[in-house]
Design a protein around this ligand. Structure first.
Ligand code: NIG
Ligand code: FE
Length: 392
């Protein structure tokens, strides 16, 4: 007897591509997929009535925990200012840093939960959330603790990422801040295990490759996995550098070149595409999709949910934009929010596809085929959501 058996499903395991499984049933035991097709009845039986069953979506890149908003900056950008102009004049990330430092841990949780609810309603069962709006030891730890709290409040799996190196805070010189990240923040994060992944923004308006190398080396030395924001506004060598440290992913990639792509391929680094930020910043330089495709670099898609460059609490919108704006196929885009997103978030082989041994996070959709999710924009929600075999 299995814990749960789902039957009469049109099952799309997302293991190799978008092909349906020949099986129409599967079993769950101890929170994991145990058999496809099911070999025995379940204590709980779910009749999927020929609906589509897909893995739960993984939103692998968000800054979803923050206080306040940056509506004023959106208006400034509509009037012609650029993201970099606003950052250099003391706004941008620093504006949210001020709001987050002033907020309590409970206020951060309260303001974040509605955004996570919106993502959960679209079938996002795992969400990665970065710190990076604290930029002091105390405020970064407060953010990571609050990210842990939201994980306890929502049924979703929340994956915290330490992004102390998001930008240089106004009160500190860049090298002194890198010292603080390497000597105090990273050891504290590693010893408390508040996060197991270190991210960094390598960019003309953030950290250069010399500073990034120190942070990536220290994170690896402490046993953290690494990821990086690279090549968003310019190519300063961040992708090559991060990949050489075995980065799980490099994210943004609008200005990524062929050498970077070869390095990502050789190092097993996932390319995370963030079309919502591209759209909000009214960027014109698209990531090199065809070259990534040809090199066989796995592509993932994140919502990038954040108050500045992507106030978008919708992974399905990012999925849609990845096809209409960046030119991914429906199959590539769906792998980008399932199997490849799981790999980018450090859950390769554990989440993001439905196969024996994987965690049983899945959604039941009343749609004609998975491609419908990249076709219709808005108004889509799954009929049923299961996380580790438990109905939400
Ligand atoms: O991924 N580029 C850096 N980080 C975010 C934006 C954060 C912000 O503007 O608050 C991003 O787009
Ligand atoms: Fe980001």
């Amino acid at each position: 007897m299995h814990d749960l058996v789902v039957e009469n499903a049109r099952l799309y395991p997302m293991v190799d591509g978008i092909e349906p499984s020949a099986a129409s049933s599967f079993a769950v035991d101890d929170g994991r997929i145990s058999a496809i097709p099911a070999k025995a009845p379940g204590r709980v039986m779910l009749d999927a009535r020929q609906k589509v069953v897909l893995p739960g979506f993984v939103d692998c890149h968000t800054h979803a925990l923050y206080a306040g908003d940056r509506m004023d900056e959106h208006a400034q950008r509509l009037a012609g200012a650029t993201y970099a102009d606003i950052a250099r004049s003391g706004g941008g990330i620093m504006s949210t840093v001020r709001a987050v430092r002033a907020a309590t841990r409970a206020e951060l949780v309260e303001q974040t939960l509605p955004r996570l609810d919106a993502l959960a309603g679209e079938g996002v069962t795992t969400i990665e959330i970065k710190s990076g709006y604290g930029l002091s030891v105390e405020a970064e730890l407060k953010m990571l603790a609050a990210i842990g709290d939201v994980g306890g409040e929502t049924g979703q799996r929340v994956v915290p990422t330490f992004l102390g190196a998001h930008t240089v805070p106004a009160e500190t010189g860049a090298d002194d801040y890198v010292d603080l990240v390497c000597d105090e923040m990273l050891p504290e994060v590693a010893s408390t295990r508040l996060s197991q992944v270190c991210d960094i923004y390598i960019e003309s308006i953030a950290f250069d490759t010399r500073q990034a190398r120190r942070i990536l080396a220290r994170a690896c030395e402490l046993g953290l996995a690494v990821r990086a924001h690279t090549d968003q506004l310019a190519n300063i060598g961040g992708t090559r550098l991060a990949a050489s440290f075995g980065a799980l992913s490099c994210d943004h990639l609008e200005h990524t070149g062929i050498d970077d792509i070869d390095m990502m391929h050789n190092c097993g680094t996932v390319a995370v595409l963030l079309p919502t930020a591209f759209y909000f910043l009214r960027d014109t330089q698209k990531p090199p999709i065809e070259a990534l495709r040809r090199a066989g670099v796995p592509m993932a898609i994140g919502s990038d949910l954040n108050p500045g460059s992507a106030p978008v609490a919708s992974l399905l919108t990012a999925l849609h934009m990845a096809t209409t704006i960046f030119g991914l196929t429906a199959g590539e885009a769906l792998l980008g929010v399932t199997r490849h997103a799981a790999q980018a978030a450090g859950f390769g082989g554990v989440l993001g596809s439905l196969a024996p041994g994987r965690l049983a996070d899945f959604c039941v959709w009343d749609i004609p085929a998975p491609e419908f999710l990249v076709y219709q924009l808005g108004g889509l929600r799954p009929d049923d959501i299961f996380i580790e075999g438990i109905r939400q």
